[in-house]
Design a protein. Structure first.
Length: 134
């Protein structure tokens, strides 16, 4: 099994911003305002809630809210991605290993490694990934 790393949200954001275009950063700064990330999305009992917070031609930062019992089906992608849990706890299945994800923790998902997300209880997370890829 390939290894994964726990890194901070700040590290991931610096990485994303350094890889994105300067123009997108300038546009974001001109419209900057303070708002709680958790307050930007509500739980949906029918399906996981999803909101794109930041997007460039290269990367997307997506906010998810999972109600109890929801999740993302198993899949793999040809690029690395990053998850940051911002509220509650979820379970990351990385290949055949279950990893409990807690608020404040971040996880790098290696390219090509099968993974899924499960929500035994409500939780919210950020996903940083390549734009246009699933």
């Amino acid at each position: 099994m390939k290894s994964f790393k726990r890194i901070s949200l700040l590290s991931a954001m610096f990485l994303a911003l350094s890889l994105s275009t300067g123009m997108a950063l300038a546009e974001t700064q001109s419209q900057a305002h303070a708002e709680s990330i958790q307050a930007q999305i509500e739980y949906n009992p029918e399906k996981p809630a999803k909101k794109i917070l930041f997007s460039t031609p290269q990367y997307e930062l997506i906010l998810f809210a999972f109600d109890a019992g929801q999740g993302l089906k198993g899949h793999s992608v040809p690029f690395s991605a990053y998850i940051q849990v911002i509220e509650g706890e979820g379970i990351l299945m990385l290949e055949d290993k279950a990893i409990v994800m807690k608020a404040g923790e971040g996880f790098t998902l290696p390219a090509g490694v099968p993974h899924s997300v499960k929500a035994p209880a409500r939780f919210k997370m950020l996903l940083l990934k390549q734009a246009g890829k699933l």
